[in-house]
Design a protein. Structure first.
Length: 229
């Protein structure tokens, strides 16, 4: 595992050279918020990272309910029974094993590693504009119907989950990158993803942090170019 720090954010990357899977620890004054739960074995490394920071993980926030973002959820909850679990109302259904789509989501189908047999139930269902500590929740449907991103109001870091990818080249979810096509293959609705991505331009973000790829500092010009195509 590789750890990269930027201000209040710690990026934890598993398999950084081959198939990078990221989750994030966001540092608050007396605690940590974990964004995403990575892979099934990742919990040991996540807990060790928190131990080294010397602050407890009190919140587990999920960008969406794909397997590479919720893989350690049950193990983390077992080790952190008091941690509050957050996910969007829509993706909470996916997390609990309901992989059906709503009428307004037709004809698109859910794709990617959909979870099965997850025991942990979310405590709080998120909506656009909600706050979790220093984070503002931004609804970003596209990769999944209920995908969420999180804007840190302190420095405008933007943790986007799979709404964007950086591995293989900067892209909106659903845009095919031959070097790393997996986020595109797992996207529910690429047209919705593109519409969601346009929200980011208004946020004046200082850092883009995604599920797959390195941190991208000062991304606004690159995002404007990407979204003008």
């Amino acid at each position: 595992m590789r750890i990269t720090k930027h201000n209040h954010l710690y990026q934890l990357t598993f398999f950084p050279k081959i198939f990078p899977v990221n989750c994030y620890l966001i540092e608050e004054e007396n605690e940590l918020t974990l964004i995403d739960a990575a892979l099934s074995f990742s919990y040991k490394h996540i807990l060790e990272a928190a131990k080294n920071i010397k602050k407890p993980i009190t919140k587990i926030v999920l960008t969406h309910a794909h397997g590479d973002h919720i893989g350690s959820l049950d193990a983390l909850k077992e080790n952190l029974p008091d941690a509050i679990v957050y996910i969007s109302e829509r993706d909470a259904r996916i997390l609990q094993g309901d992989h059906s789509i709503l009428k307004e989501e037709e004809p698109h189908k859910l794709r990617g590693g959909l979870p099965k047999n997850i025991c942990t139930k979310p405590d709080i269902l998120l909506k656009d504009g909600d706050s979790v500590g220093s984070l503002i929740c931004v609804s970003m449907p596209g990769h999944t119907p209920g995908s969420m991103a999180f804007l840190d109001r302190r420095d405008h870091s933007f943790i986007a989950g799979d709404a964007f990818q950086i591995k293989g080249g900067l892209a909106v979810s659903g845009q095919w990158k031959i070097v790393f096509p997996f986020p595109a293959m797992a996207t529910w609705n690429k047209e919705a993803a593109l519409k969601s991505a346009e929200k980011v331009l208004a946020c004046d973000i200082s850092l883009l942090a995604v599920g797959h790829g390195d941190l991208l500092k000062n991304p606004q010009n690159q995002l404007k170019k990407l979204l003008s195509k």
